[in-house]
Design a protein around this ligand. Structure first.
Ligand SMILES: Nc1ncnc2c1ncn2[C@@H]1O[C@H](COP(=O)(O)OP(=O)(O)OP(=O)(O)O)[C@@H](O)[C@H]1O
Length: 287
């Protein structure tokens, strides 16, 4: 649902307010709020089962939240309430794209074809949805050339130009991950949501991923990611939000979060009364 424009800060691309998600008797997300800033990489982290994927699924329309409001503000100030949109509308209207934990490419199509298929909707629109449009309309020819240019641009950014004509399924794992992200970029998102993009990557592939994510951010596209690999999170994120048992326990810069006793306790699996002890150890510099 588009709300038009209003005075909310245009620096915030995503505002999640009082989000709750119940599965039967389990409150997977409980009154969770955070903001992601435009042009930043925001990481959502937390121990296994903390609720990260559930939050992602609420933002991208796979789940309808039990309660709460999720506002996406585009560059031109247009607002969308994501919890009221269907998943395809979230991609098409609100311009939110996502990737999944498990790679979902068209493995029999070439690398280039994967990037062109992602632009199918824009091309069909330019054709006027007619065969004559496909064959002769100048608008279609222009859109088709633009689609090829965009595909070439993201092939280059993802360092995949040399593999453009190879089947996507033949690429090494890390290259498939970059292709998935390049494909998402071909849909022209304002917010890119990545579910564990570094999972299973070797250090070289991880470095190539970081380069790609930085180049996406440098174009002004905002990134929200779930990631388990702390070295990736600390290296590439501008802002980190930490979830535990469906609730926010920390929110700030990577440095702030890294030194937050509550976060250390959550990751070490200690009880609440041991947090003070960790605080003392942090002050003494013994951890
Ligand atoms: N569709 C569902 N039905 C029932 N329970 C669910 C469903 N999806 C998630 N849950 C539960 O909600 C809680 C949060 O799960 P979620 O997958 O969001 O956590 P996570 O932080 O992404 O975990 P991980 O790091 O292991 O992927 C878990 O207890 C999980 O079992």
């Amino acid at each position: 649902m588009s709300l038009g424009t209003n005075s909310m800060s245009n620096d915030t691309i995503l505002k999640v307010e009082h989000l709750s998600m119940r599965f039967g008797g389990l409150m997977a997300i409980n009154d969770f709020s955070f903001e992601a800033k435009r042009g930043e990489i925001t990481a959502l982290i937390g121990p296994n089962g903390a609720g990260k994927t559930t939050v992602f699924n609420c933002i991208t329309g796979f789940y309808k939240p039990t309660m709460g409001m999720i506002t996406l503000t585009q560059r031109d100030g247009e607002h969308y309430l994501l919890e009221r949109l269907r998943d395809f509308e979230i991609t098409k209207l609100a311009r939110v794209s996502r990737t999944f934990q498990n790679i979902r490419l068209f493995s029999g199509l070439t690398v280039l074809e994967n990037l062109l298929v992602a632009q199918h909707n824009a091309l069909m629109k330019a054709s006027g949805y007619t065969i004559l449009g496909l064959l002769g309309l100048p608008a279609y020819r222009k859109a088709s050339a633009a689609a090829i240019d965009k595909a070439k641009y993201w092939l280059d950014k993802a360092n995949l130009t040399e593999r453009a004509d190879d089947p996507a399924g033949d690429l090494p794992y890390g290259a498939q991950r970059r292709l998935e992200i390049a494909r998402a970029m071909c849909t022209g998102p304002e917010l890119l949501c990545l579910d564990e993009p570094a999972a299973g990557l070797n250090p070289r592939e991880s470095a190539a991923l970081n380069t790609l994510l930085h180049s996406i951010r440098d174009e002004g596209v905002s990134i929200l990611l779930i990631e388990h690999d702390m070295s990736v999170v600390m290296e590439i994120s501008d802002h980190v939000v930490v979830l535990e048992y469906g609730q926010k326990i920390s929110d700030g810069t990577p440095d702030h979060v890294k030194n937050d006793p509550k976060v250390i306790a959550a990751y070490l699996g200690v009880e609440d009364d041991e947090v003070e002890e960790i605080e003392e150890q942090l002050d003494e510099g013994t951890i």
